[in-house]
Design a binder for this molecule. Sequence first.
Ligand code: ZN
Length: 165
Amino acid sequence: MTLLTYGTNFNHLTTQRYAALGKRVAPFELPFTLAEYRSWLASHFAGTTTRCFYCNWPISLETVVVDHKTPSVQCGSLHFDNMCLTCKSCNDQKGSRRAEAVILLRTLCNNSTLFTPTDRDSVLGRLQSSIKLAIREQRRRAGEARTRQPNVRVMPHVRRPHKSS
Ligand SMILES: [Zn+2]
């Protein structure tokens, strides 16, 4: 089965992903059209699967997550040359770090002359815990914001740049 036979499913999925990507980079605009996004995505799939940029795990169009190698919060480009395809697990672990930092950390942890298996598990375990804590804190804040009284001032999202007027 080739991507062309995805047909309606491919169009539906890519329309959703394109819209989600657009929301993620707001207030900036995506520097490519939906059609360009579709052909960029299709070019990465040989048949129905491709591999995660970070862990090489096979990923399908249904499970793929588009990642900015240098995150936009670190002034990364919104163009294709800064984009890669990942599995959800790697994307969650990466957070707002740069791809080089993630790869370097993994390489370091997997170097058995530097790290014993116990060191490795400890480092990765601590990272995992801090990610879980950060997600929990984010959810707690989102919950607080929803239950606040209308007269309480809600601070705007800190990552949103000021609009020049
Ligand atoms: Zn992965």
